[in-house]
Design a protein around this ligand. Structure first.
Ligand code: NI
Length: 197
């Protein structure tokens, strides 16, 4: 069994004040569902059991679907909450998940890079997306403490992708080339395989 760690909180089914927190796998909203196109609202209250449950359930859902990031609108909840795995500090048998509430980012420099992205709301497909290479981002943790970080590469890309979800933006509207979008199998065969290019 894997150990999941969220900002040093170990979770699972825990008993607290006779309240049993049961973690659930949530249903993912797919492309075409209007919740994915809406601007989400800010979280105003921190440290609540409901906020904790949202984050635990989102984490379990992301792990189950083998995603690297998930935004609340993807589980039909129009709130400014994202979670992501930090690809820089992945350890064996441990998944480090960062929850970020009311997040924002700023690019550091104006350099952009193109890379292939997928999204749990657009299963089986990939698109080539242009993103800022280096960013600084901040948001709040479960208790409302401010959290700041600097990221580049995949880490920066995941944060930008997830924050976009909170504004109703999907990667399909940020394609580096409108033709660079399709089913995984075809993308691998015709775009990533040098021989077929
Ligand atoms: Ni996505």
């Amino acid at each position: 069994m894997q150990t999941h760690i969220i900002n040093n909180y170990r979770y699972g089914i825990s008993k607290k004040n006779n309240y049993i927190l049961i973690v659930s796998i949530l249903k993912i909203a797919k492309l075409g569902h209007p919740v994915l196109l809406k601007k989400s609202s800010e979280i105003k209250e921190f440290s609540t059991d409901s906020l904790k449950k949202i984050i635990y359930d989102m984490s379990e859902t992301m792990i189950d679907y083998e995603g690297i990031g998930l935004a609340a609108p993807q589980v039909h909840l129009s709130k400014r909450v994202i979670i992501f795995r930090n690809p820089d500090i992945e350890e064996k048998e441990k998944i480090k998940i960062t929850p970020l509430i009311n997040p924002t980012f700023k690019p550091i420099g104006d350099e952009k890079e193109d890379a292939w992205e997928g999204c749990l709301s657009i299963p089986g497909m990939q698109g080539l997306v242009s993103r800022f290479k280096k960013i600084s981002y901040y948001g709040y943790d479960l208790e409302g403490n401010k959290f700041e970080n600097v990221a580049e590469g995949l880490h920066a890309r995941v944060v930008q992708h997830e924050i976009d979800h909170l504004d109703g933006i999907l990667y399909t509207s940020r394609l580096a080339d409108y033709k660079a979008f399709g089913f995984e199998k075809e993308i691998i065969e015709f775009w990533k395989n040098e021989k077929n290019r």
